[in-house]
Design a protein around this ligand. Structure first.
Ligand SMILES: [Fe+2]
Ligand SMILES: [Fe+2]
Length: 313
């Protein structure tokens, strides 16, 4: 059960523990061997495990892995400010449509600072690695993802702010294997492991905040709004966790793989079942939060989560 916002202690030690206040800028190791380590753990990049990719020469696989890292860092850098800060600012400014305490507002300001810093170091790490490795990052387009995520609220313009709050609740309560696995992986370039570790620690606090926030939000919604939230949430989860197949395909293209090979690699690495399986895994705690809060008790809600593939028999 998530705790009431008034009992939330996660940010009491923020001044002493948040990454932005206690860590120095993370820099690439001086050690020449370090940059030769992995850019990303292979088990987290579906297309790198495809047989048609595994049979390619090592430099090509390394190129694809670097592009995946750049893509993830660029995504993070944009997402934190464009989506997380957008909604969190509404809370911080006491403009989120709910009654919110000054303490919860100050915690929201702390989150804004954390996320701005995560954006900064995501870009910083990408830039440092690009320069040292000599592997140039392909252009990155965040607007496609954002347009798709924001389209969820298109039919309900009067609830735009509420939809933005749902986006942040969902994303901040997901458990990503990236944040969990990379810090412990000694084969990964040190600066990546260090920044992901820093990031994961901050996100633990955010997770507690947004779990409590959602419970408060739900408690203050009327029945019509609750019905709408229950209807929209599966789509928010699925669209938040869609894998970035366009950048993957662009990297395969740039690496010189033929169109038919590229198509097979993408189609087989990101099959509907595989994608839904990983979305279900990443969203299990988020869905459990919605279960505890009573979202799934709304008429038709449980069916909606089942048909989106977020719940299985
Ligand atoms: Fe973050
Ligand atoms: Fe966060």
């Amino acid at each position: 059960m998530s705790i009431p916002m008034s009992d939330l202690k996660a940010f009491d030690t923020w001044y002493e523990k948040s990454g932005v206040r206690v860590t120095l800028r993370r820099m690439l190791s001086e050690d020449d061997e370090d940059i030769l380590k992995d850019f990303f753990p292979r088990h987290l990049v579906p297309h790198l495990n495809h047989p048609l990719v595994r049979e390619q020469e090592e430099p090509l696989q390394r190129y694809l892995s670097a592009q995946h890292l750049y893509q993830w860092l660029n995504f993070t850098s944009h997402f934190e400010v464009a989506v997380v800060c957008r909604a969190t600012q509404q809370i911080a400014e006491d403009n989120c449509g709910l009654e919110i305490s000054n303490r919860a507002r100050m915690d929201a300001f702390k989150i804004l600072i954390d996320e701005g810093y995560h954006s900064l170091y995501s870009l910083d790490v990408a830039d440092q690695i690009e320069k040292r490795s000599g592997i140039k990052a392909l252009a990155y387009d965040f607007q496609h993802f954002l347009g798709n995520l924001d389209a969820i609220g298109d039919d309900y313009p009067q609830h735009k702010r509420l939809v933005q709050l749902l986006q942040v609740v969902v994303f901040e309560t997901l458990i990503t294997s990236i944040l969990a696995d990379i810090p412990a992986d000694k084969n990964v370039i040190s600066v990546i492991r260090e920044t992901v570790r820093d990031h994961a620690i901050d996100e633990g606090r955010h997770h507690a905040y947004f779990s409590a926030f959602f419970t408060q939000l739900w408690g203050q919604l009327d029945r019509t709004e609750r019905q709408l939230v229950a209807k929209l949430l599966p789509d928010v989860i699925v669209r938040s966790l869609q894998p970035a197949t366009k950048p993957a395909e662009a990297a395969l293209n740039q690496a010189g793989l033929k169109p038919e090979i590229r198509r097979s690699v993408i189609a087989e690495s990101y099959s509907r079942d595989a994608v839904l399986g990983s979305i279900r895994f990443a969203s299990a705690k988020t869905v459990a939060l919605f279960e505890q809060t009573g979202v799934l008790e709304m008429p038709g809600a449980r069916d909606g989560f089942f048909s989106a593939g977020l719940l299985v028999e």
